[in-house]
Design a protein around this ligand. Sequence first.
Ligand code: ADP
Ligand code: MG
Length: 681
Amino acid sequence: MPGGFETPIQYLKGVGPRRAELYHKLGIETVRQLLWHFPRSYVNFGENTEIASVESDQICSVRAMVMSKSGEQRIRKGLSIFKVTAADDTAEITLVFYNTKYAVEALSIGQEYFFYGRIGGSGFRREMHTPQVFTLADAERGMLSPVYPLTAGLTSRIVSANMAQALELTAGERADFLPTEPRLKYQLCELEFALCQIHRPKDTASAEIAKKRLIFDEFLILALAMSSIRGKRSVETGYQMKEESFTPFYGSLPFRPTGAQEKAVAQSCRDMCREVPMNRLVQGDVGSGKTLVAAACCWFAWKNGFQSAMMAPTEILAMQHLETLRKFLEPFGMRVEALTASMPAGVKRNVKKHLADGEIDLLVGTHAILSDGVDFLNLALVVTDEQHRFGVAQRVSLAQKGNHPHVLVMSATPIPRTLALMVYGDLDLSVIDELPPGRQPILTYRIGSDKRERAYSFIRKHLDMGLQAYMVCPLIEQGEVDIGLKPAAQYAKELADGPFSGYRVGLLHGKMKQADKDSVMEEFKNGSLQLLVSTTVIEVGVDVPNAVIMAIENAERFGLSQLHQLRGRVGRGSQQSYCILLSDAKNAESRQRLGMMCKTNNGFEIAEFDLKLRGPGDFLGFRQHGLPQLAIADMAKDVGLLENAQQAAKDILQVDPDLSQHPKLKEQVQRIVKNVGEQIN
Ligand code: ADP
Ligand code: MG
């Protein structure tokens, strides 16, 4: 049988194959995984309430003596109840148990217990339904009873009992993997204490101490894993650049760059003058002018005699970038071309040829442009736009490309700084925290269906003024048609025939052929279409400054960050812009979320609010990237520990870059690295 930690869960005393199945549902296969399955919270059954003062619906603990027990009452087949009367000095209470004969049999009349549960009944008839029972002996060990994440068939009591076994089985094996130095520096307890106290805490303080250590571990191991996945940054780039004055570039622009744009450019160029490849994230809210930053960096690379590539998540965006970048760069004699899947083979061949011979200075496309068969003469800078869609895997393949090109990542996803730190680790960060001048904040309104006609006439009024608008319909790409939402085409037709008859209405959705999408976008850009009905394919990056209204149907169905991205399509010119959120949702959370949209235009505030409301969950697509879900740490709350862990990871790697002197720690890190590696390959 394998050593204690690696023992399959079914061999643990008291588990067996059937219960093991339940544990498998929670992702627990081994004793180790069980021990690292942490309580969500604790029930403090020692904080008991007098029975006379319990209130209906209150969840509480009472300390009471069992007075009498009823026999089994069969309500119907498969459901029997047992009633137990218990009392303290103040009053009596009826404890109602369902189908739990053994639990009731275990109670002795005349004995005191703690009962924990929700109070039902009313008036004098006090009841507690399916209480958890704790004996006085339980209380001797500690008054905190762990509450575990569960699946049907398991209870926290069962998990606790199995956990006690697991702790016994691995006693003596729980040597600490954390080096003493960071442990002392950050005032963390030993692993032994942490594992015992998280599952069977003596008191609240001990549980907190244990938790702190385990959160730190989780962050540290993740930080080390991310750093291993990213690879060593000590490699040299083949493209160390030299300073260059930006006066000619900035002088050629139709506007003055903002201070934040100039700063991001300066930071990036300083990076590119170093021996190590740049690895920088430029984060700027929608409309902050990230494209210009990209253009400036490509210009800088070109001045240094190198090629650049710019990648966008969709072809529409790539073509839009092509157009914008050409405007910025062609006046200098730079040759900017695109390469997309839908281009004719002959054109593609020609582009590839000129990439290889260095005729083309900047290539724009989707991430497919870094695929095999595209050879550059000297690709020194890779810019990726809207990074969250590329993910960790692509970033890795990118970093491994060629002679270590510089990497600039642009993201409008307002990831709170703590999250960025965790995912990107030592990625340098530039924040564009300033919008181009003259922008008016977008006014956002939430309205119900009853005001729909008014919204239409509001939109018509703006179209009549020569302005344009978007209407986002519920997603057809995501198979939501069947739940009664109108497919985009039908929806567009109804608008075109009804409230917008006589106006030029276009339709854009994800299932259209690329060429059709392009031509619709083109018509909208040049003003031949006035109203663009679209699914969320327009979510990212599309830039039509003359469009001033974004109306979104069933707004409550969208994530807040997505709504913010959509809203970012307007407010790009000097005209007052509007976002209209159509929603009949009545529930409190929807109202709160949409209310937040109306209250602020700040993407970071919105993201942080979303994080608080929904928790980090899969905010960063961890699962998609093969990264573990955080079991105990909370990125939003445990910022201090995250920063400490990040620092500790750096310190450890400094002296032991491949963790060979820390085999136990390495083992933990490798578990994650292997998992992510499987996603990449
Ligand atoms: P982002 O990609 O950050 O969402 P874009 O790069 O698409 O934003 O820029 C949004 C709009 O702002 C574009 O029309 C762009 O030409 C314009 N713009 C960018 N920088 C400035 C500036 N410094 N002054 C005025 N307009 C600017
Ligand atoms: Mg953009």
